[in-house]
Design a protein around this ligand. Structure first.
Ligand SMILES: [Zn+2]
Length: 155
């Protein structure tokens, strides 16, 4: 970064600071400041990699998740409040209560474990078709499999 977006001044000052990352971690990052208008520019490098590192760290912690951590993991997984509520078969109000700083409601431990597992898993849940699980109550016929080139495949 060379030029201030706000005032056009060239010659921003670069320094390293402890930055707040999504209210769930402190990250050592580069900050550019404009000596003319005092504008600040925080630059997180490799944000996706950083998000994954932070998400995995949170998911493996012994302590129960707090509101900010639940929110961070939900967003890390790419869910909006609404789509996460749909996926978990819960109301959007329940999701908001988990993430509320004013009147929080504790997430059930079983749901918290699922959220942690999802965050630690490299493949998004949609890859398994779990988004649609339970959407039909119709009894299906038994699935059929056969061996093909040494692999068991759906027939
Ligand atoms: Zn400036």
């Amino acid at each position: 970064m060379k030029k201030c977006v706000m005032c056009g001044h060239r010659g921003l000052q670069r320094r390293t600071e402890q930055l707040d990352f999504g209210n769930v971690a402190v990250v050592e990052g580069v900050v550019y400041t404009c000596p003319k208008c005092d504008e600040r520019y925080e630059a997180f490098k490799k944000v996706e990699e950083l998000s994954r590192t932070v998400a995995h760290h949170i998911a493996r912690r012994v302590e129960r998740l707090n509101q900010a951590e639940i929110r961070f993991l939900r967003k890390y997984l790419g869910y909006s409040s609404k789509s996460f509520a749909q996926f978990l078969d819960m109301t959007p109000e329940t999701i908001s209560r988990w993430e509320s700083t004013t009147s929080p409601k504790q997430m059930r431990l079983s749901t918290e474990k699922l959220l942690r597992y999802m965050a630690l898993n490299e493949r998004p849940v949609s890859d398994y078709g779990l988004d649609k699980a339970g959407s039909s109550s119709k009894a299906s016929t038994l699935p059929r499999f056969r061996e093909r080139k040494g692999m068991w495949v759906a027939a």
